[in-house]
Design a protein around this ligand. Structure first.
Ligand code: C2E
Ligand code: CA
Ligand code: CA
Ligand code: CA
Length: 275
């Protein structure tokens, strides 16, 4: 975009503008959708590896767009993050999840995903506290899942926020372990209550020696730091067997259940607990 560049510059600006407009159109759809009940929470079981019992649920957001149908969070969460709408959306998810969980007969835990922007907000701990007070959910039943991208930008700030959250009883899980830097120092510096191994490593854990080695060494490391590990993406009996043998505390994946609306989980959340 130099000598003959005025046109190029112009094109470049237009295409950037279009991309930005496409994002803000979806962002506007999201804002509209949130007001009109297009968003819904799905819940996916987290099970104790040895007993198989349900110990909690991860909360996963679903959006049914009036024209596009079901839009994956993989597609709309990044846009919500870029536009800042994640602050409002994330707040809604947290509040809605607490409102639901407090009504269950069985006091199971809920794990809610927190985007980097939410975590960076200095007002976030107080916001969580207010939601717990408003909804009446005991803090001990709430776990917040954070990713490394949410803590590497400003470690001291993130640590300060995490300490505040923990001071009133909320638990913190490190999500997608193994996909980021996942350095030893991160695990030592941050007081995580749980490590979630990313499903990329579980996928081929039975056949691939490297994946198996990564999962094993994560389990040994976590054990030495006294942090329980949950394996994501547990899809079959081979995965489960491996994780049982290696002493992984919890599992989550299609083997025990896909994410589902609460209407399909009534026996779990309100039924008589099995023995
Ligand atoms: P994540 O936090 O890593 O969530 C786990 C994803 O793995 C979910 O995808 C879940 O449906 C999927 N999954 C669970 N078990 C299995 C399995 O056995 N096999 C396979 N192949 N996949 C499995 P989902 O629901 O599409 O969500 C994708 C991502 O969107 C999440 O990844 C998370 O990063 C984000 N997300 C979803 N809901 C929220 C939310 O409320 N807030 C924020 N900030 N992010 C969210
Ligand atoms: Ca998660
Ligand atoms: Ca994850
Ligand atoms: Ca993930």
């Amino acid at each position: 975009a130099k000598a003959t560049g005025s046109n190029n510059v112009c094109f470049y600006d237009i295409s950037m503008d279009q991309a930005a407009r496409a994002r803000s159109a979806l962002a506007m759809d999201m804002r509209h959708g949130l007001m009109h009940g297009e968003f819904e929470l799905y819940f996916q079981r987290q099970n104790d590896t040895q007993s198989g019992k349900v110990v909690g649920f991860e909360v996963l957001l679903r959006w049914t767009h009036p024209m596009r149908g079901m839009v994956s969070p993989v597609d709309f969460i990044p846009i919500a993050e870029r536009t800042g709408f994640i602050m409002e959306l994330g707040d809604w998810v947290l509040r809605q999840a607490c409102l639901e969980a407090v009504q269950w007969r069985n006091p199971l835990c809920i794990a809610v995903n927190v985007a980097p922007k939410q975590l960076a907000n200095p007002a976030f701990p107080q916001r969580v506290r207010d939601i717990l007070t408003e909804t009446g959910l005991p803090a001990e039943r709430l776990e917040l899942e954070i990713t490394e991208s949410g803590i590497i930008a400003d470690q001291q700030h993130a640590l300060n926020i995490i300490r505040q959250l923990k001071s009133f009883g909320v638990k913190i899980a490190m999500d997608d372990y193994g996909t980021g830097y996942s350095s030893l120092s991160t695990l030592q510096l941050f007081p995580f209550d749980k490590i979630k191994i990313d499903r990329a490593f579980i996928d081929n854990v039975a056949e691939n020696r490297q994946s198996a080695a990564i999962v094993r060494s994560t389990l040994i490391l976590a054990q030495s730091l006294d942090i329980p590990v949950l394996a994501e993406g547990v899809e079959n009996a081979d995965h489960l067997k491996f994780l049982q043998d290696e002493g992984c505390a919890q599992v989550q994946g299609y083997l025990y259940g896909r994410p589902a609306p609460l209407s399909q989980l009534q026996d779990v959340v309100n039924g008589q607990p099995a023995d």
